[in-house]
Design a protein around this ligand. Structure first.
Ligand code: NAP
Ligand code: MG
Length: 507
């Protein structure tokens, strides 16, 4: 996968002749407690995927801006944040959560206008964002070390300390929520942050930054550098003051980041998406199963790292299951996310739409198309793609192996439990998996065999801030959320305090 093209100074290619006019707001990035322009003075355009209109401009950050942000974060770390008590760091996160809750409608609307997702989903994202800040606000005071039972007249300790400046690079599918997943644990741990949002969706985190001063965040503790991957992301990864990089996005960029972080032996954690199996045994509750298959891959237009894009169905129910799933998929309302009846919005960008459409063409050659397969006729403007289902898909097909990151389901039949496990694990990825069955013995057997970091039984996609999130295999490493999330931002210091009056006595 290549990185996306960079629409700069002109609208992205659209199939409609001209994009409608909208009020274009000029945003600035947030460095050392101030909203500022890029050192170069350059900006890039931000779009509404439902209308293709330019809705904002943002500073095109480059190495000079990253340097400024990293230095501010380093100064804030040593001068202020490292010495701020855990209670105060926690309270600050609670206040940030309160601001998200108070601004729920406004932030959700901004998220929908910028990312395309249905407004109802954006509102849930805001709730999850606030909950994430609350969780890490509470956890801030529970980060503690250990006293170790060493065989010596000594007290041995494992102390926990913040890593320092954290560089965080996030994608466009859950813009504010992904920021919270990274900023929350970093602040709880005592780290300071330079965050680079995806160039497509920088608006919600910049809007929240308006509240940073009011909630008591000292300047430099959280800095937001807008810009594209090569311009702003790459210099963040190699900046000598940045001690750790947390990245969520494509596997290709993940590899690149790991390579460039190697020179400075910088810590890296990667969340790289997947090709997650959603497994349906014939004894599963049929109605729930059909809903689970659809929800697993069509939520957020399929732009979900844990999308259940490979639907594995036992042969005894295969035909009935395909028919019912296709029938229900036809009822999904596709439209502008701002409309509260919309169940699926447009994809985030023209590039992403084109990428998904290219996979629809591949799928048409590789498998049987049941529904969708193109751009909806009702929406000639906006970056829409129809909810699409391919069936009789071979697990080795490209549409079953490559992350499409769009509303495309591949249904694959299987014979028995062993067959299901073999197919489920036959992927380079290992982020998530779901298994649907009423047989508790089978459920646990399958759970034990699946090579993935997140397993759901009789559900798909519920994401709990208390529970670890991250992948096996090519889905990356490191864990977000829960107490695991904070570990990524902590160092461990061994301390040995001798209590023996004559400890050595060797010479
Ligand atoms: P991407 O390129 O991996 O982007 C993720 C983030 O990394 C963005 O902030 C991006 O910046 C940044 N980035 C890009 N190149 C970089 C570099 N050389 N150094 C540092 N940072 C860099 O993902 P995408 O292009 O937006 O989407 C492509 C595909 O990635 C999707 O179709 C999907 O398969 C996958 N994806 C997965 C997830 C996930 O949650 N696992 C999320 C998004 C995308 P800019 O985008 O601003 O250039
Ligand atoms: Mg990109």
């Amino acid at each position: 996968m290549a990185t996306t093209s960079k629409p700069k100074g002109r609208p992205a290619p659209s199939r409609a002749p001209t994009a409608p006019r909208a009020t274009v707001r000029r945003y600035q990035m947030f460095i050392n407690g101030k909203f500022i322009n890029a050192a170069s003075g350059k900006t890039f355009n931000v779009f509404d995927p439902a209308t293709e209109a330019i809705i904002a401009t943002c500073p095109a950050g480059g190495p000079a801006d990253v340097d400024r942000a990293a230095k501010a974060a380093k100064t804030a770390f040593y001068a202020v944040w490292r010495g701020t008590t855990a209670q105060d760091r926690g309270r600050l996160l609670f206040r940030l959560a309160e601001r998200v809750r108070a601004r729920r409608s406004e932030l959700a609307e901004l998220e929908t206008r910028n990312s395309g997702k249905p407004i109802i989903e954006a509102e849930y994202d805001m709730d999850d964002t606030a909950t994430c800040f609350e969780y890490y606000g509470g956890l801030a005071t529970k980060i503690n070390g250990d006293v170790l039972p060493v065989p010596a007249v000594a007290v041995a300790l494992a102390m926990r300390e913040p890593v320092g400046v954290a560089g965080q690079i996030i994608p466009w599918n859950y813009p504010l929520l992904m920021a919270a997943w990274k900023v929350g644990p970093a602040l709880a741990a005592g780290c300071t942050v330079v965050l680079k949002p995806a160039e497509q969706t920088p608006l919600s985190i910049l809007a929240l930054a308006e509240d940073f001063e009011a909630v008591g965040l000292p300047p430099g503790v959280v800095n937001i550098v807008t810009g594209d991957g090569p311009g702003a992301g790459a210099p963040l990864v190699t900046h000598p003051d940045v001690r750790k990089i947390a990245f969520t996005g494509s596997a290709d960029v993940g590899r690149l980041i790991m390579r460039s972080a190697a020179d400075q032996l910088k810590r890296v954690s990667l969340e790289l998406g997947g090709k997650s199996p959603n497994i349906f045994f014939s004894d599963a509750d049929f109605e729930n199963a059909v809903d689970g298959a659809l929800f697993g891959v069509f939520i957020n237009q399929g732009e979900v790292c844990s999308a259940g894009s490979r639907v594995l169905v036992q042969r005894d129910i295969y035909k009935r299951f395909v028919d019912a799933t296709v029938a229900k998929a036809k009822t999904i309302t596709v439209g502008n996310g701002m409309d509260r009846t919309t169940k699926m919005g447009p994809l985030v960008s023209a590039d992403q739409r084109d990428r998904v459409v290219s996979y629809l063409k591949i799928g048409a050659r590789e498998a049987k198309l049941a529904v969708g397969g193109g751009v909806p006729k009702a929406h000639p403007r906006g970056w829409y793609v129809e909810p699409t289902i391919f069936y009789d898909v071979d697990n080795s097909a490209r549409i079953a192996q490559e992350e499409i990151f769009g509303p495309v389901m591949s249904i694959i039949p299987f014979k028995d439990e062993a067959d299901a496990i073999r197919l489920a694990n036959a992927t380079p990825y290992g982020l998530a998996a779901a298994v649907w069955t009423r047989d508790i013995f089978r459920a646990f057997r399958v759970v034990r065999e699946l090579e993935a970091g997140i397993i759901w039984v009789n559900h798909m996609q519920p994401t709990m801030v208390e529970a670890p999130w991250g992948g096996y295999k090519a889905s990356g490493f490191g864990r977000e959320l829960g107490r695991w999330g904070v570990e990524e931002y902590l160092e461990t210091k061994q301390v040995f305090i001798n209590l023996d009056e004559k400890p050595i006595g060797w010479y």
